[in-house]
Ligand binder design. Structure first.
Ligand SMILES: [Zn+2]
Ligand SMILES: [Zn+2]
Length: 359
């Protein structure tokens, strides 16, 4: 007899995810079952549901959503050591082959042998069943990061993307974020407000935030932004004026639309970094006179295992914290509806279990 559990399923491209009962997973060799204590509802899931045509990604529905997961070790497969049932853990979301050089460095987002991964270029909630369910099958114990005592699964879950992604982007540009430098954060949503906190925690840079929404700018301010502004035709000029006409040393675009990328390019200092994190689908024309001299234009995607440990250290030290709204699993569709309507401030987290519940 198979035991079932409720899960939020994406069953076809171009559709809303819906709740359905699915078989409860069990742990095979080297695998771990996590009882889910938090699964972040991510803006990228809305793109997954509605914006991708069949064939865009190397995997297809059906699968359970939820790629930002934390909970408690529930069932430990044969061959796994060093974990105990009930232990709070976060799940590193990108599951690569585990053997290529990038995977060995923990950078499984950029696995160079995706054909040997559980699913090419994905993970739980991205082609394979994710954490918007009572239980999550983690295919290898290496994807688990134990949580510090002061960090609960519900706090940790959104941080595995919403903090890890900006942390990776900021870390890459640290040599340019010297005292006296200026960093611009475009888009103060789930990732952006944490980018502001991370910049405050690990650099002395002045932080400027651009967002059209007043409540997002207020969240940015309470997250430590030095200057906030709504976007307009003068945004780049304002940023240049703030920086003695030099421009910002680092611009992090968490939107990635044509408009924000144009603003980003016009705001970046010569020799600065322009990092595209948002998957808004815009295009930035790069040409000799198109961007300031020696600007490095880069995209970044998610982050690595060691960086997630560093993120939790920042949380433990009280230097960063996610602004969270929780939803029970039965209301997961409502969480995405609120997200789509722009009504979630900070991060929505679906909570299947409030505390560890042994078998
Ligand atoms: Zn996410
Ligand atoms: Zn790999």
């Amino acid at each position: 007899m198979t035991t079932t559990m409720p899960a939020l399923r994406l069953t076809a491209w171009g559709s809303d995810a819906t709740l359905a009962d699915v078989p409860r997973p069990t742990a095979g060799l080297g695998q771990v079952i996590v009882q889910v204590g938090g699964a972040g509802a991510c803006h990228s899931d809305l793109h997954l549901m509605h914006d991708f045509a069949p064939g865009t990604l190397p995997w297809n529905p059906p699968f359970t959503l939820g790629h930002e997961n934390a909970g408690w070790v529930y069932e430990i497969g044969a061959g796994v050591s060093g974990l105990e049932p009930g232990q709070p853990v976060a799940v590193v979301g990108a599951w690569g082959c585990g053997r290529c050089l990038h995977c060995r460095a923990g950078l499984e987002t950029y696995c160079e042998d995706p054909a040997s991964a559980p699913v090419p270029g994905g993970g739980g909630g991205l082609g394979l069943d994710g954490g918007m369910a009572e239980y999550l099958l983690v295919p290898d114990a290496r994807h688990l990061v134990p949580l510090p005592d002061s960090v609960t699964p519900v706090m940790a879950a959104p941080l595995t993307d919403a903090a890890l992604t900006p942390y990776h982007a900021v870390r890459r540009s640290l040599p340019k974020l010297i005292p006296g430098s200026t960093a611009v954060v475009i888009g103060a949503g789930g990732l952006g407000h944490l980018a502001v906190q991370i910049l405050g925690a690990v650099t002395a840079a002045r932080v400027v935030v651009v967002d059209p929404k007043q409540d997002a700018l207020e969240l940015a301010k309470s997250s430590g932004a030095d200057v906030v502004m709504t976007p307009g035709p003068d945004t780049a000029a304002q940023i240049r004026a703030l920086t003695g006409d030099r421009g910002a040393d680092v611009v992090l675009d968490f939107v990635g639309s044509d408009q924000t990328l144009a603003t980003a390019a016009a705001s970046t200092r010569q020799t600065g970094d322009l990092t595209i994190v948002g998957i808004g689908g815009g295009t930035l024309p790069v040409s000799f006179f198109g961007v300031p001299y020696e600007v490095s234009v880069q995209t970044t995607y998610w982050g690595n295992r060691a960086e997630l440990v560093e993120v939790f250290t920042l949380v433990e030290q009280g230097l960063i914290t996610a602004d969270i709204t929780t939803y029970p699993l039965a209301e997961a569709p409502a969480a995405y509806a609120a997200l789509a309507a722009g009504k979630v401030l900070g991060r929505a987290v679906v909570v299947p279990f409030r505390e560890y519940t042994p078998a």
